[in-house]
Ligand binder design. Structure first.
Ligand code: NAD
Ligand code: UDP
Length: 338
């Protein structure tokens, strides 16, 4: 299939490009490189030995999108492009609504113009909010607690309304849990431009000596060791979920959400211990206050993805930490572009 990938130079997008090309799909990336670099696409090209068409453009630039739709004529779109920092979304809500909502509207309008009717969307487990029960299934109430989470839920609703108005259209809403890990080549991985917000890249930077210690945000949660529990998913498994979602979109219509997680959860201390094993060195930690807005525990019920997409995670915690360590230790400054 010809697949247009917005945000394809980003962390999850770049891994997904490789999985798509490995399955024979043709790819075209639209990215404004606001949180990534063209260097990533060069690495994807050399790893795949394939063609990655790349267009530097903002997804809110309707004329640029129309040009890409005309020249590439995609049969499906995978929509990664967006802003993703929960804390920042409280400080810059207008930017978040603009990129994540206006950008999505612009994309759907450009798809409509050329009759492209399949979209795979990067949603997030944050759409659920404070758990009423765990693991979350897709029927769990939706009550996001951040601006970021609300943009994801609104975008899901927009795509759902779009499919209602277009009986031939399909929107696959992938609710990611916590993506971590890197490509086995150690050439592609997560490269935060600033101090990492997320646990795994922070631990990785402590392990290579870029930061003195990890602050554990709270050890007094109602969890077995007092630290937060999350459902971490290897980015390669997540990338493969997009390939499965493309097949699903080709044989179905309507909008459907899917949890993309492993169904297992690990604590912050579990992650530190696993990383120390992978790196063969201690990870110094300090206990810090809870982070505002954090939830004690999150875990996916990923049954629907298994039964309907035919997808399940195959990588375990040691794969996640070992691949992150391999990437970070081989690329001390990530792609070296910040
Ligand atoms: P990322 O920042 O690495 O990738 C996003 C890409 O989109 C970047 O290459 C960036 O340059 C591009 N981009 C941003 N704004 C753009 C715009 N206006 N026009 C064109 N390109 C633009 O993020 P990621 O971790 O790969 O996440 C991809 C998607 O998955 C995002 O939508 C994110 O919200 C969602 N998601 C991520 C996580 C996570 O923990 N990483 C969890 C759940 C959902
Ligand atoms: N966390 C932490 N220290 C950090 C970053 C994160 O203790 O420097 C904890 C955080 O409180 C949560 C878990 O690690 O319990 C995962 O946080 P992350 O930001 O990676 O993901 P999210 O909060 O979005 O699930």
């Amino acid at each position: 299939m010809r697949v247009l990938v917005t945000g394809g130079a980003g962390y999850i997008g770049s891994h997904t490009l490789l999985e798509l090309m490995a399955q024979g799909h043709e790819v075209c990336v639209v990215d404004n490189f606001s949180n990534s670099s063209p260097v990533v696409l060069d690495r994807v090209r050399s790893l795949s030995n394939g063609t990655v068409i790349s267009v530097e453009a903002d997804i809110r630039d309707r004329a640029a999108l129309d040009d890409v739709m005309d020249s590439f004529a995609p049969e499906a779109v995978i929509h990664f492009a967006g802003l993703k920092a929960v804390g920042e979304s409280a400080v810059k809500p207008i930017d978040y609504y603009d990129v994540n909502i206006t950008g999505t509207l612009c994309l759907l309008a450009a798809m409509d113009r050329v009759g492209c009717t399949r979209i795979i969307f990067s949603s997030s487990a944050t759409v659920y909010g404070e758990p009423v029960y765990l693991p979350y299934d897709e029927a769990h109430p939706l009550a996001p607690t951040s601006v970021y989470g609300r943009t994801k839920l609104m975008a899901e609703e927009i795509m759902t309304d779009w499919t209602s108005a277009r009986p031939e259209a399909s929107a696959v809403l992938l609710r990611y849990f916590n993506p971590v890990g890197a490509h086995p080549s150690a050439q592609i991985g997560e490269d935060p431009s600033d101090i990492p917000n997320n646990l795994m890249p922070f631990i990785a930077q402590v392990a290579v000596g870029k930061r003195p210690h990890l602050s554990i945000f709270g050890d007094d949660y109602d969890t077995p060791d007092g630290t937060g529990l999350r459902d971490y998913i290897h980015v390669i498994d997540l990338a493969r979920a997009h390939v499965a979602a493309l097949d699903y979109a080709a044989r179905t219509t309507g909008a459907r959400p899917f949890n993309i997680g492993t169904g297992q959860s690990y604590s912050v201390r579990d992650m530190v211990a696993a990383f120390a094993r992978a790196a063969g060195r201690d990870i110094p930690v300090q206990i810090a206050p809870r982070r505002a807005g954090d939830i004690a525990a999150m875990q996916a019920d990923a049954t629907r993805a298994a039964t309907e997409l035919g997808w399940r995670a195959t990588h375990d915690l040691d794969d996640m930490t070992a691949s992150t360590w391999a990437w970070q230790s081989a690329n001390l400054d990530g792609y070296g572009t910040h």
